[in-house]
Write a protein that binds this ligand. Structure first.
Ligand code: ADP
Ligand code: MG
Length: 290
């Protein structure tokens, strides 16, 4: 019967750091055709570091970092934390912004000494770019770095590039899944260019950039219509709706509480390499029970 095979799969999984919240999820994994991965914190380590700071319009790098960090102090976004960390390492005194407003998936605004600052992605700022800014943005994105734009009033005064490293296992995991006949996809809120570079590094079959949480959901639904069962792997608050929509949602163990609550399966130690194993585990149960 099904029960003993399922129980043995669940306990084998648990021993290897794969927690199934219920036996149904083992069965829902059987015959999976597509696995979608979030980028930040899932394929990558999720701890970005500031790499480059560029200043325009008579500002210097220190001023750009100081202002950006002052605004970002109130954000819990990993990019914000990296920017604040760098400013503290440089002993830059941060000011308290006023009227801070955070826009999920885009960035954050606030006032410093009465001037309005915007810190976030390209689509979030609206000041014209100087020619040099365009060149640097393209350069950073090609390198797989995420670019944060820093705007003061009506001027783009700087860029901050940040880099997050791929988890060492990512490439191999993707290769192995492809060998198992699974179509691999990366979903990210990051830009098209940065997304492309990291998708190439990981070796996924396809990627979708500039995804708001809701767009991750729609993408999962489209993949389900086209291919059938779709697994989503994620760690962030912004992945929770997609984890809930997927045939099976897999949460990274060190991810946010919301992601872990929503997930059907949890990779306790954040080990991506457990994913091909989990697919095989479910397949074995399928064979035993047929
Ligand atoms: P993801 O974690 O998938 O990259 P998010 O939805 O968290 O995506 O954010 C999408 C993009 O919005 C980020 O890549 C970044 O460019 C921008 N962004 C969001 N919040 C902030 C912030 N506090 N500071 C700077 N940029 C931000
Ligand atoms: Mg993430």
């Amino acid at each position: 019967s099904v029960m003993p095979a399922l129980l043995s799969a669940i306990s084998n999984g648990a021993r290897r750091g794969v927690l199934f919240k219920s036996g149904n999820h083992v069965q829902n994994l059987q015959g999976v055709r597509v696995i979608a991965f979030d980028k930040t914190g899932t394929l990558t380590k999720g701890v970005p570091e500031v790499r480059d700071i560029v200043a325009f319009h008579g500002y210097d790098e220190k001023e750009v970092l100081q202002a950006a960090a002052s605004i970002e102090q109130l954000s819990t976004h990993p990019l914000a934390e990296a920017i604040v960390k760098r400013a503290r390492e440089k002993d830059l005194p941060l000011s308290r912004p006023e009227g801070m407003e955070s826009v999920t998936g885009f960035g954050i605004t606030g006032k410093l000494n009465g001037a309005l600052w915007k810190v976030g992605k390209e689509q979030f700022v609206d000041a014209p770019f100087v020619e040099r800014a365009k060149e640097r943005v393209n350069e950073f994105a090609r390198q797989g770095k995420t670019v944060v734009f820093v705007q003061r009033e009506r001027e783009l005064v700087g860029l901050i590039s940040l880099e997050d490293v791929m988890r060492p296992a990512a490439k191999q995991v993707i290769e192995e899944l492809k060998r198992q006949g699974i179509y691999t996809v990366m979903l990210t809120g990051d830009s098209e260019e940065t997304g492309r570079s990291l998708a190439a590094q990981a070796g996924v079959d396809a990627y979708y950039a500039n995804c708001l949480p809701d767009e991750k959901v729609k993408r999962i639904q489209k993949l389900q219509e086209r291919y059938g069962k779709v697994v989503m792997v994620g760690d962030g608050v912004n992945d929770a709706p997609a984890l809930a929509t997927a045939s099976v949602g897999v949460g990274m163990g060190e991810g946010t509480d919301v992601a872990l609550e929503t997930a059907d399966v949890v990779l306790v130690k954040n080990e991506l390499k457990r994913i091909p194993y989990t697919v095989r585990l479910a397949k074995r149960v399928d064979r035993v029970t047929k």
